[in-house]
Design a protein around this ligand. Sequence first.
Ligand code: FES
Ligand code: FES
Length: 220
Amino acid sequence: MDGSHKNYCPRQIRGFSPAGAALNASYIKCQTSAGDPATPARSPAMTDTTRSRSSVTMTVNGTEQQLDIDNRVTLLDALREHLKLTGTKKGCDHGQCGACTVMVNGRRVNSCLSLAVMHQGDEVTTVEGLGSPEDLHPMQAAFIEHDGYQCGYCTPGQICSAKSVLEEIRAGIPSHVTRDLANVVMNDDELRERMSGNICRCGAYANILAAMKQVAEETA
Ligand code: FES
Ligand code: FES
């Protein structure tokens, strides 16, 4: 939003009237004197712009990256807007679709829910870091072989999640559908449950499952 409106008082806009219009008063600048009780004093911390930015260093796809960013920037926006790694997609931007899934220190995360400044020293892997067109990761190749996508928007997140899911099962990490916590097995229920955070509007779920099962067998 253009910050140029910040000095105009909404009370005066709400109080718009024909008489006021005659005086062209709808955009009268708000009084900001200390005597105006409706104008709270800003704390030094809020006005200290040096505190709103941080320097953070993380390794992204094997390359160390140093960023000087606003503390409010999400990991997703840091990847897409600052590092130009646009493979990771923004769907809902609040943790509901999984399109923004990346791996941080080997575990999948929704990068839209994580602030970049929280990742000092972390290892981040995006879909670009899994493989290249000339040397695809087995999960990328399996998605192509099984038509695990249509529009492809959710696909980077699906692939990152799918890769992580196989690793989670092999590590014995249980899910909500695990029957025997001491023996986590690879089956369709486990794969579907663990991929349930990755929404595909095109409905490629059956093909994604087939791709995952193929990779699970190939790498067993
Ligand atoms: Fe992050 Fe949807 S964009 S979960
Ligand atoms: Fe289109 Fe999943 S392939 S949303």
